[in-house]
Design a protein around this ligand. Sequence first.
Ligand code: CMC
Length: 385
Amino acid sequence: MTVASEIKATFEFKPGLEGVPATMSSISFVDGQKGILEYRGIPIQELAEKSTFLETCYLLIWGELPTKQELEAFEHEIRYHRRIKYRIRDMMKCFPESGHPMDALQACAAALGLFYSRRALDDPAYIRAAVVRLLAKIPTMVAAFQMMRKGNDPIQPRDDLDYSANFLYMLTEQEPDPLAARVFDICLMLHAEHTMNASTFSARVTASTLTDPYAVVASAVGTLAGPLHGGANEEVMTMLAEIGTVENVRPYVEHCIQNKKKIMGFGHRVYKVKDPRATILQNLAEKLFEKFGRDKYYDVAVELEKVVAEKLGHKGIYANVDFYSGLVYRKLGIPDDLFTPIFAIARVGGWLAHWKEQLAENRIYRPTQIYTGSHQAPYVPIEER
Ligand code: CMC
């Protein structure tokens, strides 16, 4: 037995930690074979039909659906913490307009820690204030960067609008259509939480050091940004444009398979059937198309889903949450590079739930590694190298 195989047998190394439990959690549940997603035991379909994003965040973070009074108080607090300090806006003015909004968001989330530096992780009032602040201010920061990179002043939040309507308003200075606002709110609910994905893992690792919640969210935003995670929704739209027509779909898929190229918006570490969120998003896209007109790439998307299922279904590769979300966001008039920041706005709910759960029974994350380097190597003086 070689040293490497001996070590492998001892530690059972799993690349990407596939199947390795990283925590005990009661926040959400996924059955990847049956296509089930539940938040605190409630099926995602039921929440999408009956709940709102802020109610869902309350459920995720505090573990139970709020009473009417509790929800009103929570919504009220968030509504009145939406504004961001002018110094944060000044900081954003220095960001290059060509920078990616996810990078801007990560910097802004981290900067909140400078302004709200009191750290009292065992004080429920501090936890509540941090939850409210992050849920309230993250959308304002995303919308402000969008306006500022176009050379405009940021639009102040409107206290008479609810969470999602206000965000859409801050992007365009126009009060959104009620259907658009409701669809957007459902999208946020669908993206709010999803067990131990990369960004949530990142949030929990950061939380386990007992740093502040702004650092927790900033590290999670950085992790979400990559194209294999939250960044896939933006890449889907680029891919649909590249394919262009229904006729090009089959050759595109065949080319990807031959060249071992990933088709964006497909595949999932856990789901081996169509992601239940993709089904809901597709329905939402169709509702929007009925009212506001069909997206020119929708037929390409439907054909792509069909051909991928035919060619890669045997490997359990089906549409994931990112496949239809871009089509929905585009119909809402949202630019492509804001799709991932919107994912982040939603996922803040899940990250905060995991932050709170981690604090309740904390042990710092400190996994091990399998060393593959040399030992007792000589130090060679620079002139002899
Ligand atoms: N297109 C073509 N083949 C694929 C795809 C895809 N999208 N996804 C997986 N495969 C193949 C892969 O080539 C491999 O084949 P083989 O066994 O023959 O080498 C097999 O399926 C297993 O793939 P993997 O990359 O080892 O699977 P993973 O669990 O490590 O990765 C994933 C999961 C989501 C990163 C991957 O499916 C992927 O890169 N998908 C495209 C990007 C994407 O849509 N990401 C969004 C994920 S869902 C939301 C989120 O997490 O943010």
